[in-house]
Design a protein around this ligand. Structure first.
Ligand SMILES: NC(=O)CC[C@H](N)C(=O)O
Length: 380
């Protein structure tokens, strides 16, 4: 017989379902994601630390999981909430079923609940804290109390928690995976990537464009990074509130005193904005999905993008040195910025997708162009 599970929200709503993961309980912020594919990439995206995700697509688990689709080395998301787990997982790439994977990784999950109702609640009230309990002795009152006690992501510095301990050269076995580059020696540029919770596909896309990558911990001082003499500096995505990451904001300020090209994604974008004097704010329920239209303001073109953020840069606080380059066509919120006085720009959504459409991938090319231009002007 299936094991029971409950999901309690801080507003007192309780959903009863079946457990599809480990026994136990977990409390985090509940967000909805509208992607139709990519559940494994979502689960392993470090930006989901201290969040649990409900997927609006009803059938999750159809293609199982495999060792290649992980965006990091663990499941960071604190729980999975779905409508229906298929009885059979089927794909030539499948190595394990989703429920076995969740159990093996010790992550709780709940299925057979009305995820449309849950999403409507989150859309109306904004992201809420929730508690999943799975196994025996489920106690609704304790679960509601746990959800109510969750402090919320505002003010939470999580980049420090999910980052790596030591700097390293990123290889995966990328050198032979990526076409045209078989050894690190063939790489034209050296990029230092700050790991605030980086996704593997970002690193792959930089490598594909000829970058040798040194990945450094979130708290690495600017002086250490500058001593590596990089051609470009990348600021990664990551979980939590950008505002308390004072160590990162300070380092980015110092980096911006140089002429080294900088590119930021998501948390990295928010940190670039904070280091430039803008402010960030918590959104009502954020953007989580792979179908978000974003406009490139200057060209007027529209791209369909992958998104996963709950904070945003406040357009009204941009200093004179920042221009807004992109905006969301869902809610008009700011999606991209560029420094007017430096070679530094950033994007709120996820140009690396994984999962999602590849419309914004050319931003990586722009970073490479900026690096080439900076190298050319250094030589001149
Ligand atoms: N994907 C990310 O980098 C998310 C950034 C930040 N944690 C937010 O929620 O807005």
């Amino acid at each position: 017989m299936a094991t029971s599970a409950i999901l309690a929200l801080e507003d007192g709503t309780v959903f009863k379902g079946v457990s599809i993961g480990a026994d136990g309980s977990s409390t985090a912020e509940v967000v909805f994601n509208t992607s139709m594919t990519g559940y494994q990439e979502i689960l392993t995206d470090p930006s989901y630390a201290r969040q649990m995700v409900t997927l609006t697509y009803p059938h999750i688990g159809n293609t199982g999981v495999n060792s290649e689709d992980e965006e990091s080395n663990k499941i960071w998301c604190d729980g999975l909430i779905i409508r229906d787990l298929p009885l059979v997982a089927s794909s030539w790439r499948s190595q394990e079923s989703l429920d076995t994977y969740l159990k093996r990784k010790g992550v709780v999950g709940i299925a057979d609940i009305d995820t449309r109702k849950l999403t409507r609640i989150l859309r109306e009230k904004g992201a809420l804290a929730g508690c999943i309990m799975a196994g025996e002795n489920l106690d609704e009152a304790t679960a509601i109390a746990a959800a109510k006690a969750f402090p919320g992501l505002k003010g939470m510095d999580l980049a420090k928690e999910v980052t790596v301990e030591k700097a390293y050269e990123w290889t995966e076995s990328t050198w032979d995976l990526v076409k045209g580059h078989t050894t690190p020696e063939t790489f034209e540029f050296h990029v230092v990537a700050y790991d605030y919770g980086v996704k593997r596909n970002i690193l792959r896309m930089l490598v594909e464009r000829g970058c040798r990558l040194t990945v450094v911990p979130a708290t690495t001082p600017a002086s250490d990074v500058l001593a590596m003499n990089p051609d470009g500096i990348f600021l990664s995505n990551g979980p939590g509130d950008p505002e308390p990451c004072d160590y990162a904001i300070q380092a980015i300020k110092e980096i911006l005193d140089t002429q080294i090209p900088v590119f930021g994604i998501c948390l990295g974008h928010q940190l670039l904005a904070l280091a430039s004097g803008a402010k960030t704010k918590k959104m009502k329920f954020g953007h989580h999905g792979a179908n978000h239209p974003v406009q490139a303001i200057e060209k007027g073109t529209v791209m369909i993008t992958s998104q996963n953020h709950g904070f945003a840069v406040d357009e009204d606080t941009l200093p004179a040195t920042l221009v807004m380059t992109h905006k969301s066509l869902f809610d008009g919120s700011l999606q991209g910025i560029a420094r007017t006085d430096k070679s530094a720009f950033s994007f709120q959504g996820h140009p690396e997708a994984s999962p999602g459409p590849h419309d914004v991938a050319p931003l990586f090319d722009q970073f490479i162009e900026n690096i080439k231009a900076s190298k050319a002007s250094n030589k001149a």
